[in-house]
Design a protein around this ligand. Structure first.
Ligand SMILES: NC(=O)c1ccc[n+]([C@@H]2O[C@H](COP(=O)([O-])OP(=O)(O)OC[C@H]3O[C@@H](n4cnc5c(N)ncnc54)[C@H](OP(=O)(O)O)[C@@H]3O)[C@@H](O)[C@H]2O)c1
Length: 300
């Protein structure tokens, strides 16, 4: 199977906006390191940066982008794709408007607008999720947010949104934990049917499967590393993986993986586990049901 994307490729979302296929993640990146890591990621070639209100590094990542644009005036703001996410406290229409304004307040002084704004999880209730989506739609109309999407939405949360008569802008993305042990075939099918992309988080399994025998065998066969094999797998699925590293020396290798690392049919077959359902982040809100709101497993 030959991939038709390269490390600097853009793919077109269902709203017409374009997103770089290679993403750089900032989960658990401390605010005081975020500025530098964002800058270094852009220097290495990344053009997609993934932050969230929850990560407490929206401002610092936006500052890193602004500094990069100042130092490299040949790169335009429009070439960089900045994602952030509103958290569960911003579910509901009024709460959503407030949460969006707060995120914009943190980043707009540096980068003017948000490329992609996601609802981080479905953890609230139907009325609040749809209220937040209404606020997101209005943010697009305001021009300060270009694309909107969801994260950690299961089919039941997506059905609710698609069946809502207030739906004007369909989600362009569902950002999910995705790797060979959690391929989520049902959500892949859903995305294909409705025309949205899946962004893969934890594509490197947070390091937990670097010693998996199949991964090691594939890596040894070609002379790759385990993280390269896992990241390549994600591209072969047609996902938009967001890889995280807080180690500057690993950024470039991760970014160039798509161009350097080729998996053959035998490798892909080895990693094909359609029935596997193993969440390695131990937190899977796609399974959330509204009557579980008070359960400790959903609290962060
Ligand atoms: N929407 C959501 O709910 C959600 C949830 C989780 C994550 N995300 C997003 O997805 C991004 C990626 O997911 P993730 O951070 O959970 O996990 P990940 O990208 O699968 O793994 C990150 C881990 O892999 C290590 N690593 C990275 N590159 C490596 C390399 N070349 N060699 C060896 N180790 C390497 C990193 O170590 P070092 O940092 O020490 O280099 C880090 O411990 C996040 O940063 C975030 O932006 C979203």
């Amino acid at each position: 199977m030959v991939l038709n994307v390269q490390k600097d490729s853009l793919v077109t979302l269902n709203d017409g906006n374009k997103i770089p296929v290679s993403g750089f993640g900032l989960y658990l990146t401390p605010p005081d390191e975020t500025f530098k890591l964002t800058y270094e990621a852009l220097k290495a070639g990344y053009r997609q940066i993934d932050s969230a209100k929850l990560y407490d590094n929206e401002k610092e990542s936006a500052e890193g982008i602004a500094k990069f644009l100042k130092d490299f005036p040949n790169v335009k703001r429009s070439e960089i794709f900045y994602t952030t996410k509103i958290f569960n406290d911003a579910h509901g229409y009024e709460e959503g408007k407030k949460g969006i304004q707060e995120s914009l307040g943190r980043v707009a002084p540096y980068i003017d607008y948000i490329d992609l704004l996601l609802i981080h999880t479905p953890i609230s209730n139907k009325e609040k999720r749809l209220g937040a989506w209404k606020a997101l739609q209005e943010a697009v109309e305001s021009g300060k947010v270009k694309s909107i999407g969801v994260s950690n939405y299961g089919t039941q949360h997506l059905d609710e949104l698609y069946n809502w008569d207030g739906l004007k802008i369909k989600p362009s993305i569902n950002q999910l934990e995705l790797h060979p042990w959690l391929p989520r075939k049902d959500l892949q099918e859903y995305g294909k049917k409705h025309g949205f992309y899946l962004q893969a988080y934890a594509p490197l399994t947070q390091g937990q499967k670097f010693k998996d025998p199949d991964v090691v065998a594939i890596a040894e066969k070609h002379g790759y590393t385990a993280p390269e094999v896992l990241l390549a797998w994600s591209y072969y699925q047609g996902f938009i993986p967001i890889a995280k590293t807080a180690t500057v020396g690993r950024i470039e290798g991760n970014y160039t993986t798509l161009d350097r690392v080729k998996l053959d049919d035998e490798d892909l077959k080895k990693l094909d586990k359609p029935e596997s359902y193993e969440s390695l982040t131990y937190w899977d809100p796609t399974l959330y049901k509204d009557d579980e709101i008070n359960e400790s497993k959903w609290k962060i």
